[in-house]
Write a protein that binds this ligand. Structure first.
Ligand code: GAF
Length: 399
């Protein structure tokens, strides 16, 4: 999530290898070499939007764009953090971690992780950290979860903390929910920590069980193009919270623990019990989106990658018409990609801006990217940017 606190996080403007930049930043700030470097990726969500906080299903994959933290221990309860585009470093100590929210801006993600670890009873080592990132901020590719996961990996290793990877997403989510104050679900932290190269992560957000589903684009002669809509996030945080609240209200009205407990077979009956049209549409999105995730997983398990396109496009229509989280730039990008021959296209991430992903033939990238740029020019939108992506691994130690 890109909350207000995240808006000051380092944008991906720097050049050169991100791991080298993190190490160089560490040396510049602290005059010594780091003890190690830890990386965590951004993510794209293939399908399953706003289903995570409804205890449902999601299918994200990690990106090769990464955030890298270079770190070394320092004595006492002190944490010093430098980001490559924000000088001087931010410093906080144990006393400032009593109350969530005392550290603000991009450093809140770091303080939030330290806070959540301490809350969970861990003896967190004091540390110096330097952050560099290639994950664009404000594009819906989970730049905040990438910072959280990379910092968490560093602190777990430096402190020899007993916190296996499968338990790390909840802790990072707690940092984001309770310290930064963004009411997000578990998808982003799970993706950036638990994804595997060449696979999408099928996550049951209730049980947190995962299946690494092969997502072999090369073998299918396909590619995924991610287009940054460059749409300014319009009230994203308030609208996200409103969607979440509507879903919780609907579940309460229907007498189920979460909307995940309404299956597509029960949908008509459930809708008939709700009188508010807006709530009905929110429910329809979540219930049908969960089913689309399951259908996409079935196709990927069977190696039928090419056939997931219509599910992606149906997901977009549902987000546009029922969940109402898209914006004109995003819809324009999806329509242009489809008109140029994409097999499927949808907004990815929380919405109200951010990125579109398009499943395309491997040789279609230029044509689709140009078509989107032309459609943007026709509508007077700023020129969009794009990147080809492949499913990458989750958080890891580099050195
Ligand atoms: C954001 C949130 F952080 C996720 O938890 C998820 O709800 C997503 O929006 C929508 O699917 O990325």
């Amino acid at each position: 999530m890109n909350g207000p606190a995240a808006s000051a996080a380092p944008p991906a403007a720097a050049s050169g290898d991100v791991a080298d930049r993190a190490a160089a930043g560490f040396h510049a700030a602290y005059g010594e070499e780091p003890a190690g470097r830890w990386a965590a990726p951004g993510r794209a969500n293939l399908i399953g939007e706003h289903t995570d906080y409804n205890d449902g299903f999601v299918l994200p994959f990690a990106l090769t764009l990464r955030t890298v933290v270079a770190a070394a221990p320092q004595p006492g309860e002190r944490w010093t953090v430098r980001s490559e585009l924000s000088d001087p470093p931010v410093e906080f100590d144990g006393g400032q971690l009593d109350t969530p929210g005392r550290v603000t801006g991009w450093a809140a993600y770091v303080a939030g992780v330290v806070w959540a670890l301490r809350e969970a009873g861990y003896d967190v080592p004091g540390a110096r950290l330097a952050i560099a990132s290639d994950v664009p901020v404000g594009s819906g590719l989970s730049s905040s979860a990438a910072i959280e996961a990379a910092v968490l990996a560093a602190l777990v290793d430096l402190g020899g903390l007993d916190l296996p990877a499968e338990r790390q997403p909840r802790l990072a989510q707690r940092a984001e929910n309770a310290y930064v104050g963004a009411p997000t679900g578990i998808m982003d932290q799970s993706a950036v920590i638990r994804c595997r190269a060449g696979h999408a992560l099928f996550l049951d957000c209730r049980s947190e069980s995962v299946e690494h589903v092969p997502f072999d684009l090369d073998a299918a002669g396909l590619a995924v193009l991610v287009v940054d809509s460059r749409a300014p996030h319009r009230h994203a945080d308030g609208e996200y919270a409103a969607r979440r609240a509507a879903c919780e209200r609907a579940a309460a009205l229907l007498g189920v623990p979460a909307l995940r407990d309404v299956g597509v077979a029960d949908l008509d009956g459930a809708l008939a019990r709700l009188d508010d049209d807006e709530i009905r549409r929110r429910v329809r999105h979540v219930v049908t989106e969960d089913q689309r995730v399951l259908d996409t997983v079935d196709l990927l398990r069977a190696g039928r990658v090419r056939e997931i396109g219509p599910l992606l496009t149906a997901s977009h229509a549902s987000m546009r018409d029922d969940f109402e989280i898209t914006v004109p730039e995003i819809d324009t990008a999806v329509e242009a990609a489809l008109a140029a021959g994409a097999l499927g296209a949808r907004m990815t991430g929380g919405g109200f801006g951010g990125c579109v992903l398009a499943l395309i033939e491997a040789d279609q990238a230029d044509a689709v990217a140009h078509a989107v740029a032309d459609a943007y020019a026709d509508r007077g939108f700023p020129t969009p940017t794009h990147v080809m992506v492949l499913p990458a691994p989750g958080a890891t130690r580099l050195s």
